[in-house]
Write a protein of this length. Structure first.
Length: 333
């Protein structure tokens, strides 16, 4: 079997590839390695997976020196011609689309980046799947589609018609586009609404990353909404385990969207306390108001994923944060 994974220089894509290549599958990864956050970290992830500096060249397939069944191509999803050529050459069986312009706050300042990557890019993926006989497309959505819903836990049966950021709107659009393609063209699509993923090799724009950096540097951290925020923090290994269970299984229906989270919301101040304990250092805290586009609480109902695929997240917060802090200190020395 051959799988295309997009976004493999990114956080989740990097971890997914490192698990998939240990199975009897061939993996091709693509990423545009943009500068939304430091490309150095993205190249370091690729290097960890055995992909050399040759990956900086556009549209060139680079074989991993670590995994004989993994190769990487630097490519933009917006480049329809190159994307179609890749599909035609590689003959993929499955596609896992994790590439997207991420970040809620960044979408307020740079909306065009989200249209280009998350709308145009995703449309190109759907078209490529349609024309190259892909059996199953698994793609990243987001818990941000729920907006500021007060109903908890958040369920995929809830209405998601009031996004509070353009990022959320593009992810909801992806779900609608996938539904249409499944209906019209007969290939299966499965969307995954991720809930606050954290862990080693994570994204520097995420709060837990900046908290750790500032605490170590002796700088104050901003605690939004006076600390009255709750997040369903989900460790990366649990996320990857869920994705692989879906990729290894026959789709239950032609179109489906699942929540994938830990199903245990944590108050922001308690989360910060866990980081402080792992670092052995207390944070200087600056309590501020809620930021535009942010949501008060996330809490995933993952019962569908549990019932259909045996999904069972089991990483305690203390263990997950401990693993992240260990990696952070080692990576940044």
């Amino acid at each position: 079997m051959k799988i295309l994974v997009t976004g493999t220089a990114g956080f989740i894509g990097f971890h997914l590839v490192n698990q998939l290549v240990r199975q009897d599958v061939e993996v091709v990864g693509i990423d545009n390695i943009n500068d939304y956050y430091s490309p150095d970290l993205k190249f370091a992830r690729l290097a960890e997976a055995g992909v050399s500096d040759e990956a900086a060249a556009w549209n060139k397939k680079v074989a991993s020196s670590r995994y004989p069944n993994y190769s990487f191509v630097r490519m933009k999803l917006e480049d329809r011609e190159q994307l179609n050529r890749l599909f035609e050459t590689e003959k993929f069986d499955l596609v896992c689309n994790l590439a997207a312009q991420a970040g809620v706050r960044y979408s307020i300042e740079n909306p065009q980046a989200y249209i280009d990557s998350n709308i145009v890019g995703f449309a190109n993926i759907l078209e490529a799947c349609r024309h190259h006989n892909i059996q199953h497309l698994v793609y990243a959505s987001s818990s941000s589609v729920y907006g500021n819903s007060s109903k908890m836990p958040l369920s995929t049966t809830d209405a998601v018609d009031n996004p509070v950021s353009l990022y959320a709107a593009t992810k909801k659009s992806n779900e609608l586009m996938a539904h249409t393609y499944s209906h019209l063209y007969g290939f299966a699509t499965t969307g995954l609404r991720f809930f606050t993923v954290y862990g080693p090799w994570g994204r520097p724009d995420m709060a837990y990353f900046s908290f750790t950096k500032n605490i170590l540097d002796g700088k104050p951290i901003k605690v939004f909404n006076q600390g009255e925020l709750y997040r369903d923090f989900t460790y990366i290994d649990d996320i990857v385990d869920g994705i692989i269970k879906i990729l290894n299984s026959k789709p239950k229906t032609p179109y489906k969207v699942y929540n994938i989270g830990n199903s245990t919301p944590v108050k922001l101040v308690d989360f910060i306390g866990t980081i402080e304990t792992a670092l052995g250092k207390e944070a200087a805290k600056e309590y501020v108001e809620m930021q535009p586009g942010d949501v008060y609480k996330t809490f995933a109902d993952v019962s569908d994923l549990e019932n259909d695929f045996g999904y069972a997240p089991d990483t305690p917060l203390e263990k997950g944060i401990g693993q992240f802090v260990k990696w952070y200190v080692d990576y940044y020395r």
